[in-house]
Ligand binder design. Structure first.
Ligand code: FAD
Ligand code: NAI
Length: 469
């Protein structure tokens, strides 16, 4: 056993929560170690989440454009052929460049990176078990748990990462399935469903609820579903999967109406199970410091402090949206608290983006939430059909929607359905963080011709003086 090392902060988990905490701790002069068990830093996001999925979304979007759209704008090329091996290699090269970048960030900020599995052994004590079985003991003033999440399993539909896959398997399929059945019409199902549909698969999405993307404004979700259906997605809403049988021919899924009713069988080559994610704390040793998780497995916290003194938790393993940028916000705030500073996260202003085509983004309240809370509000809407840049680019699907207080005009929520919606939501975040009114944005000059003019026009719509771009 090697000599005991001591630190100010030991972070368990090297994802966006963990590595951003490590960087901030290093910047603030805290002696810091980060432990990661997957053999590479970056967590779910860089290795099997945000980044590889965006690499495939980008590549498949270009493939589809070359197949169907180039001709319309006068670019004659032979029908493109898919080199899936090269597409996967390009994805992996990008991921490797990013994870190496995180390792460099650790060195730059004087953070000790300890590959291995971290376990809390008691107050201020953490062990690290390396892949070769050797164990190192650490002592520390603070422990930050950033162990993230894992896919939620679906009883009766066991993932084998070949015929029945979770998001990790769906990022590396060796061939394009003829028929991909996605269970769960959430963000993963629609993003990865889009990738494989664009590359040639027929995609059927089975969803338990009678709508797609719960949490998204209902009006936006309804329009979004229409667009996806036009692209070829098939939806079976209000339907549950009760069993799956694999054979050499494929997978036979047993379906039933969610409310009960006749059973049917759906044949698939590959099934993607994407029904949500759950916090990951297996083998972490929470019991050694008396931390109990809640019914859903999350670690309860108050300003990132757990019930055990000196033990903090951030990211997907605590409640709140399971998003990389939320984990990053948690990380910075938690470390600032540890360093005796004032950390701050505004959970009402964590934006969401679905990176399909078109994209969907939003920040703040949905119309459904305002109605349920009995808030008096005004709506401003602007369709991309009336935006000159969208028209020129032949990409007119979607709209921007502003929700503002009926009396004060303070903005409660902004929702964008359209290409590059993810890039455009930032100005709504800034506006709302400064407590802005829709008139504030409506009176700010925006560049022409851009899609962002539609955002301004929707804000003007709240005032009732929209102009057609
Ligand atoms: P994680 O990234 O899960 O990192 C936790 C790390 O801890 C893991 O690497 C794990 O190996 C390690 N670990 C666990 N236990 C131990 C232990 N005991 N010892 C040592 N190491 C341990 N979010 C977005 O914001 N935008 C997106 O576009 C997006 N796309 C996604 C696409 C997919 C397919 C998936 C699955 C997720 C996506 N997410 C996206 C969500 C995002 O990946 C997570 O919210 C984010 O990674 C959470 O960060 P984290 O640091 O809390 O946990
Ligand atoms: P999700 O919560 O987004 O969607 C899961 C869907 O499955 C829901 O529509 C739910 O009603 C449905 N469902 C649940 N149980 C079901 C069942 N038994 N049968 C059929 N449908 C069922 O979860 P998803 O898509 O797995 O993603 C997990 C998380 O990962 C997201 O919530 C998000 O936090 C993160 N993520 C973020 C991305 C982004 O920011 N662009 C991209 C991908 C993932």
């Amino acid at each position: 056993m090697s000599q005991e090392q001591s630190f100010d902060v030991v972070i368990i988990g090297g994802g966006p929560g963990g590595y951003n905490a490590a960087v901030r701790a290093g910047q603030l002069g805290l002696k810091t170690a980060i432990i990661e068990s997957r053999g590479v830093l970056g967590g779910t996001c860089l290795n099997v989440g945000c980044m590889p999925s965006k690499a495939l979304l980008h590549a498949s979007e270009l493939f589809e454009a070359a197949t169907h759209e180039f001709k319309t704008i006068g670019i004659e090329v032979p029908a493109p052929t898919l080199n899936l091996v090269q597409m996967m290699k390009a994805k992996q090269d990008s991921v490797t460049a990013l994870t190496k970048g995180v390792e460099f960030l650790m060195k730059k900020n004087k953070v000790t990176y300890l590959p291995g599995f971290g376990k809390i052994e008691g107050a201020g004590k953490v062990s690290v078990t390396a892949q070769d079985g050797s164990v190192q003991q650490l002592t520390t003033k603070n422990i930050v748990i950033a162990t993230g999440s894992e896919p939620t399993p679906l009883p009766g539909v066991a993932v084998d990462q070949k015929q029945i896959v979770d998001s990790t398997g769906a990022l590396s399929l060796p061939t394009v399935p003829k028929h991909l059945v996605v269970v769960g019409a959430g963000i993963i199902g629609l993003e990865l469903g889009s990738v494989w549909r664009r590359l040639g698969a027929k995609v059927t999405v089975v969803e338990f609820l009678d709508r797609i993307t719960p949490g998204m404004d209902t009006e936006v979700a309804t329009q979004f579903q229409k667009i996806l259906t036009k692209q070829g997605f098939e939806f079976k809403l209000g339907t549950k999967v009760t069993a799956a049988k694999t054979s050499a021919k494929g997978v036979a899924l047993s379906l039933e109406a969610a409310k009960g009713g006749n059973a049917e069988t759906l044949e698939a080559d590959v099934v993607l199970v994407a029904i949500g994610r759950r916090p990951f704390t297996s083998g972490l040793g929470l019991e050694n410091v008396g931390i109990a998780t809640d019914q859903r497995g999350f670690i309860p916290t108050d300003h990132f402090k757990t019930s055990a003194p000196g033990v903090w938790a951030i990211g997907d393993v605590i409640t709140g949206p399971m998003l990389a940028h939320k984990a990053e916000e948690d990380a910075v705030a938690a470390i600032e608290f540890i360093a005796g500073k004032a950390g701050h996260v505004d959970y009402d202003l964590v934006p969401s983006v679905v990176y399909t085509f078109p994209e969907v983004s939003w920040v703040g309240k949905t119309e459904d939430q305002l109605k349920a809370a009995g808030v008096q509000y005004k709506v401003g809407k602007f369709p991309f059909m009336a935006n000159s840049r969208a028209k020129i680019n032949h990409e007119t699907d979607g709209f921007v929607k502003f929700l503002a207080d009926a009396k004060t005009d303070r903005v409660y929520g902004v929702h964008i359905l359209g290409p590059q919606a993810g890039e455009m939501i930032g100005e709504a975040c800034v506006l709302m963080a400064f407590g802005g009114a829709s008139e504030d944005l409506a009176r700010i000059c925006h560049p022409h011709p851009t899609r962002s003019e539609a955002v301004r026009q929707a804000a003007m719509g709240v005032e009732g003086w929209t102009m057609q771009a």
